[in-house]
Design a protein around this ligand. Structure first.
Ligand SMILES: Cc1cc2nc3c(=O)[nH]c(=O)nc-3n(C[C@H](O)[C@H](O)[C@H](O)COP(=O)(O)O)c2cc1C
Length: 328
């Protein structure tokens, strides 16, 4: 049965779907695109350095900008120093986020040295860290974990039990190990084991590419909500499609015109907001987003060679004008 809501403390999140945190992707502009298409219950920011945040670095604070219509929204932080993480979480609360989330999953070398999935290697230390952060905030505190460091040290269930004891209020699990990176398949059986082990909400994550996958994940694991990452950047309609699929058993695919409208709106917003690395983001998104588009390879090639946001927008406009002329 698809859950009617995800309940974190007293807050009911409807629908029970979550946009996964994705560094370089889920900035405020992208999140607002997702919000406007509907169907996504909870937004998450990109992960943010606790060190940068407590130094009040302008760049870090910019990462944490959000609009009122993004609520409910959780900010994710990473770091290893207990006091710094506690202060960063308190700042997250002051900035008006609904939840603070701790990243215990990032596999990137630079990050595991100072947090992320590196923290899964020393659970007594992790417990102290979680206690310190818990004591620093009143808003709900959540964590996002991987299965463990490697296949010999699968600690998700142990971490989940400990986290619940410490007062963590929801746990998202991406059941791959740090060493796996993104290879192989996410082992959803581990989501089911975590769900059986704790009373707090469990958010399942990993390899949901279609609404059918989302429903299957809930059926197979009993998770309280489904979190979607990569599929949201190639198909931002997926959250809406899940709602339709759950309610009616079917859903619409976006038309080429829908894709064009979204791409050009998103790119214009990135430029207007003067987002850092807007051109890089436009290139990355264009490449992910145009796989379902007829002759998308041609657009990807042109966008890749462009040097400015305006040039990329011209490519997009010209491509879709040509596509719609040839369809007439
Ligand atoms: C480009 C990219 C950036 C990511 N950044 C973060 C991050 O900042 N914090 C985090 O917890 N996970 C991050 N992840 C992992 C995702 O949140 C998610 O756990 C993973 O992609 C598996 O879900 P999916 O199969 O739905 O993509 C990132 C993943 C990708 C592809």
């Amino acid at each position: 049965m698809w859950p009617a809501e995800l309940k974190i403390r007293q807050g009911a999140i409807r629908p029970a779907t979550v946009l996964a945190p994705m560094a370089g992707v889920t900035d405020t502009v992208f999140r607002r695109v997702i919000r406007s298409l509907g169907g996504c219950g909870l937004m998450m920011t990109e992960f943010t350095s606790a060190e940068g945040l407590t130094r009040h670095s302008a760049r870090t604070l910019r990462y944490l900008y959000f609009d009122e219509d993004e609520h409910p929204i959780a900010a994710q932080i990473f770091g290893a120093d207990h006091a710094v993480m506690a202060s960063a979480a308190a700042l997250i609360e002051d900035l008006g986020f609904d939840h603070a989330d701790i990243n215990l999953g990032c596999p990137v070398k630079k990050v595991v040295k100072c947090g992320g999935s590196g923290l899964l290697r020393d659970l007594p230390n992790l417990e102290k860290l979680l206690r310190a952060v818990r004591a620093a905030v009143r808003i709900p505190l959540t964590i996002k974990i991987r299965a463990g460091w490697d296949e010999k040290t699968i600690v998700a269930v142990e971490v989940a039990r400990m986290a619940e004891q410490v007062g963590i209020e929801a746990i998202a699990i991406h059941p791959r190990t740090r060493m796996q990176g993104y290879s192989g398949r996410a082992d959803w059986r581990l989501i089911a084991s975590v769900k059986q082990a704790v009373g707090i909400p469990v958010i399942g994550n990993g390899d949901v590419a279609t609404p059918q996958d989302a429903v299957k994940m809930v059926e197979e694991t009993g998770c309280d909500a489904v979190m979607i990452g990569r599929a949201a950047s190639s198909n931002p309609w997926i959250f809406r499609q899940i709602v339709d699929y759950v309610e009616r058993g079917l859903y619409d695919e976006p038309s080429e015109m829908d894709r064009y409208t979204l791409l050009s709106r998103y790119f214009r917003s990135l430029m207007e907001a003067e987002m850092p690395d807007a051109v890089g983001k436009m290139k990355q998104f264009a490449s992910l987003f145009t796989h379902g588009v007829r002759n998308g390879g041609e657009l990807r090639y042109r966008v890749h060679r462009a040097h400015s946001g305006a040039e990329i927008l011209d490519c997009v406009d010209a491509f879709f004008a040509k596509a719609s002329a040839s369809a007439e």
